[in-house]
Write a protein that binds this ligand. Sequence first.
Ligand code: SAM
Ligand code: SF4
Length: 467
Amino acid sequence: MSAGSGPPRHVHIETFGCQMNEYDSELVRALLKREGFLLTEDRERADVILMNTCAIRENAHTKVYTHLADLKALKKTRPLVVGVLGCMAQNLKEELTKQEPLVDLLAGPDSYRQLPMLIRNAADAQELGEHVKSLAVDLSEYETYDDIVPSRIPGVNAWIAVMRGCDNFCSFCVVPYTRGRERSREPQGILEEASRVAAEGFKQITLLGQNVNSYRSGDWDFARLLTAVADIRGIERVRFTSPHPKDFPASLLEAVVFHPNICKHIHLPVQSGNDRILAMMNRTYTRAEYLTLVERIRSMNSRIVLTTDIIAGFCSETDEEFAHTYRLLEEVRYHSAFIFLYSERTNTIAARKYADDVAQEIKSRRVTALVELQRRISTERNREYLGETLPVLVEGDAKKSHLQAMGKSDGNITVVWEKGNVPCRPGQMVACSIYDASASTLYARVTDLSQHSTPKNAQSCTKIVQP
Ligand code: SAM
Ligand code: SF4
């Protein structure tokens, strides 16, 4: 099938938000290629610009609107189809379709198969001097895109979604409304995909799901799936995100602790350290239950790296309740934390039930206090590695200088070193002796270029190939 009656249409995709969105863009690239479209990294060459959006927090949302405003000017200069994909398309269809005549098509996360048709309709109408607005935003109980092989950019890490949607309905969260009901993919499809990426030369796989602990397919649970992926030949590291603290099974913890290829890092979002706020958030665990889980994890392996997500300034949070979160951070001493200011999202339970009544400056002050505390703890945590030698998977050049290379430790901490005359390549495992540390980075000397082979798809140590 061709891309339409005219010459192939060049499509440029911009991705906002989380890893799940990055993965979805890979699915969309594959779907469009299959239909004869050409993908371009160059916005200026594109006949079609698709924005794969995130609606999880206000700042992601604002970013998309700023980009849309930029496109307005571009659209005046030449024929251009503009599409909004993903969570914002799903959640804000009325608002976005008012952006006359900027947005030509909307496709929600379960409607990507309809994209080729939507693009053709919009482009054909444009050729006739008309403007149609094509919408495909129905949520599905079944769509898992199991038959689509994502079109990945060669690199070190491959994302694989093991499930879609979420049934947890945390009161602050828009995901159950934008991504729909929870569905697990069949293990066979996931294992085939994992074997394929291993054969392509990816060295690390990150399994994705909004709550991986509720993965179920027949008698497969997530621990079984994770172990089976980690056993695939050629895969050196397997990561996953995110488990929900409410149902962290012993089998998963055992898999993390005992399987050499499963990284010793658990991202365990806590959101708040106060029981009343946790109940209002519908997180279904208490502070004490969460801390017991942390203890259980650390009693199995005290060196497991723990990270978290926190929301500051949720509806009606008092200074004292905020102090409980602050103290939880001091108590757990995470290696790092994503700290967010609460932003009310349309349609969520919190938006319907609770007033967003913590003043903006108080929210900001709370975020700043947590960020400062966490920066101090992260620095102290990272300094515990001084003098140690860690295996590091090389990713590419460091952000600040092409004279430096960077990679990740097993615990997912960024390690940076001077390349000098040490010829390392993305996908290679190197031994790094740590001599300094900041809140975000370990500084090292490479002491051993190990026997591990360079992946087939590695090009050179010139760019960070995966975020
Ligand atoms: N499913 C994951 C879980 O439950 O751990 C979280 C996925 S969500 C994409 C990532 C993080 O965004 C959440 O853990 C939460 O901290 C944050 N978040 C979600 N909704 C938010 C909101 N309305 N305001 C601020 N932060 C929010
Ligand atoms: Fe959102 Fe909660 Fe589902 Fe995570 S578990 S995606 S925070 S509803």
